[in-house]
Design a protein around this ligand. Structure first.
Ligand SMILES: [Zn+2]
Ligand SMILES: [Zn+2]
Ligand SMILES: [Zn+2]
Length: 133
């Protein structure tokens, strides 16, 4: 389950709580010391991210590398990643962001679980019209 909280959304920027430390600004695993700052956000507990951003599929928005006490290599521990404006579910991993074997990020989508529509359109053309607001 994701621990990310969207704090604000303005001007194409998203401010979210740091997934790795859950916004505390402290190292969640206390690897160095109880008082050490979170290595991901540098102790700030939050991030700004360019939109559109989605929850990182590889770590499920936790910011933590699968089964390890390391930061997720896909989102860098943020729990969210900025993606292309127009995306679709990665055909290779089905949106899970995980390559076969369950350990490494999917090479096709880089672990985000989505691919840019353009790239996917080369593989299979859909006749759907993009919705505009
Ligand atoms: Zn943090
Ligand atoms: Zn991640
Ligand atoms: Zn994929």
């Amino acid at each position: 389950m994701s621990e990310i909280e969207v704090l604000s959304r303005a001007g194409g920027k998203l401010t979210i709580t740091c997934a790795f430390c859950k916004g505390t600004g402290k190292d969640p695993f206390e690897l160095l010391s109880k008082l050490s700052n979170c290595q991901v956000c540098g102790g700030r507990g939050k991030f700004s991210l360019a939109e559109p951003a989605i929850e990182c599929a590889f770590c499920g928005g936790t910011g933590i590398h699968r089964d390890q006490r390391l930061t997720c290599t896909v989102c860098g521990g943020k729990g969210m990643v900025t993606v292309e404006k127009s995306t679709q579910t990665c055909p290779d991993c089905g949106g899970r962001g995980v390559a076969e074997g369950g350990y490494l990020p999917c090479v096709t989508c880089g672990g985000t679980g989505v691919v840019a529509k353009k790239a996917a359109a080369q593989k299979a053309k859909t006749g759907k019209k993009a919705k505009k607001r």
